[in-house]
Design a protein around this ligand. Structure first.
Ligand code: SF4
Length: 473
């Protein structure tokens, strides 16, 4: 049993990162472990977690398990968790409660918690005290060891915890079962060294480790051969890609080399304004297959709050960067993240955030009320803003954001835009759905033959969060 340690997770050394190409192995014996058994995975949180779940699925299928989307039928249940906000935490423990009931009628079911919450010392202590009916807990650094963790738990018939609090390495041979046939996540880096004061990620995901360009380009080329149309380059702070490599090779070089593979669409998330270079903007403007869509979290418009958040840029820097992107990539859609109610945020600070929104007129934003995370510096800051006030601020902010989203979408009315059609809409099976190059959701009345293709679509009506359109033959 290895339990997480927050202090260890926080450590950063100068030790070089190991690139391991043969770390993942499944013994012949374990290849049959899941025969005639079903697994169910519930994923919480960001794209990084979604991609981790794709790895976990492939590992389980290497062990002969098969996927089910019905938790009540599963023999193995995994919750791949997110630690960013308190409500995600509560949702996971709500689900753990459901699993307890399920195990009462189906005691053979194996259930586990993995992902970012599993990396938190306080969460694992809580599991050890109150939820010992769970069978496995593992973290973000040792997904590849799942076959052995599972086997140990089955042999011992008790809770097996294996969570490593390490800086981490780069493992290159973990298999993947992709959820989408046309769009793929491609990790370009792991971890983060920014230590924004509210964020738990540097503790749960280790230090910044960039994958070497050769592995990334090879992965994109294979995806292209397999018919994929779009890749999203993934990392906690992709603009810092390459800073930890021994060679002089940065995000702009990677973007350019990925663009040269000829894949139709390239996206990247998430960007930190501090590391967004002019060269990157130039490369984005030069290649038609780098999508004109940038998610650029501002978090706050107040320099005082940005400093308390440890974000290392000012409101002025952010707006300058925003304008530079718009100047060189005029059709770019820019979205953002904003936190309201950070400790010490006054009405005047909040009004500065509204000023930034008015200045930038974002295409959209993910907005949140500050959520204190145990172990981060912001957890200890005095939070003297009432919940009513935080809700008022969020309401006011969302109102403004929605107005600008709608205005941005109105510009698309009657225009013809390229859309990658992904499948049949969940809400109305008469419609297909897809995304524009600028990441706008479009619902289209069209034949299924268009699924998986990038087609020209005329936008016929527009709402705040989506549009309707028809295919232009
Ligand atoms: S850059 Fe992003 S992932 Fe890294 S600490 Fe800041 S908010 Fe967290």
């Amino acid at each position: 049993m290895i339990i997480p340690n927050l202090k260890e997770a926080q450590k950063r050394t100068k030790n070089s990162v190991q690139i391991k190409t043969d770390e993942y192995k499944v013994s012949e014996e374990l290849k049959e472990l899941g025969k005639n058994k079903l697994y169910f995975i519930k994923t919480y949180g960001c794209q990084m977690n979604e991609h981790d779940s794709e790895n976990i699925k492939a590992i389980l299928e290497d062990m002969s398990y098969q996927e089910t989307y019905d938790m009540d039928k599963a023999d193995l249940i995994l919750l791949n968790t997110c630690a960013i906000r308190e409500n995600a935490h509560n949702k996971v423990f709500g689900m753990v409660g459901r699993i307890k009931h399920l195990k009462e009628t189906r005691p053979h079911v194996i259930a586990g918690v993995c992902g970012c919450m599993a990396q938190e010392e306080s969460v694992v202590k809580e599991i050890m005290e109150k939820y010992r009916f769970l069978d496995i807990v593992f973290g973000t650094h040792n997904i590849h060891n799942l076959p052995n963790i599972l086997n140990t738990s089955l042999a011992k018939k008790e809770l097996e915890i294996e969570v490593l609090s390490i800086e981490g390495d780069v493992l290159e041979n973990i298999p993947v079962k992709r959820d989408n046939k046309y769009k793929a996540w491609v990790n370009i880096m792991y971890g983060c060294d920014k230590f924004c004061t509210y964020c738990i990620v540097p503790y749960t995901r280790g230090k910044q480790r960039s994958r070497t360009p050769e592995f990334i380009i090879d992965e994109v080329k294979k995806l292209l051969q397999d018919g994929y149309k779009e890749v999203t380059l993934l990392g906690q702070n992709v603009n810092a890609y390459g800073k930890d490599l021994a060679v002089d090779y940065k995000m702009e070089n990677l973007l350019e080399d990925v663009a040269k593979t000829g894949i139709d669409r390239i996206r990247f998330v998430t960007s930190h304004p501090w590391d967004f270079t002019d060269k990157m903007i130039e490369v984005i403007s030069q290649y038609n297959n780098i999508m004109p869509y940038i998610h650029l979290p501002v978090q706050s418009g107040s320099d005082k709050i940005l400093k308390l958040m440890g974000r290392r840029y000012t409101k002025e820097h952010y707006i300058k960067l925003y304008k530079k992107i718009k100047e060189l990539v005029p059709n770019a859609a820019i979205t953002t993240d904003i936190i309201v109610g950070f400790p010490g945020e006054t009405e005047a600070d909040f009004n500065e955030t509204l000023e930034v929104v008015n200045e930038c007129q974002f295409d959209g934003a993910f907005t949140f009320i500050f959520s204190p995370r145990v172990g981060t510096p912001a957890f200890k800051m005095t939070d003297n803003i009432s919940i009513e006030e935080k809700n008022n601020r969020l309401y006011k902010l969302n109102d403004l954001i929605n107005r600008y989203s709608n205005e941005a979408n109105q510009k698309y009315l009657d225009k013809i835009v390229p859309v990658l059609i992904e499948g049949v809409s969940d809400k109305n099976d008469k419609f297909l759905f897809g995304y524009t190059d600028t990441m706008k959701l479009v619902n289209i009345e069209a034949y299924n033959k268009y699924i998986g293709q990038i087609v020209n679509v005329k936008i016929t009506s527009v709402k705040t969060w989506s549009m309707n359109g028809k295919v232009v033959e």
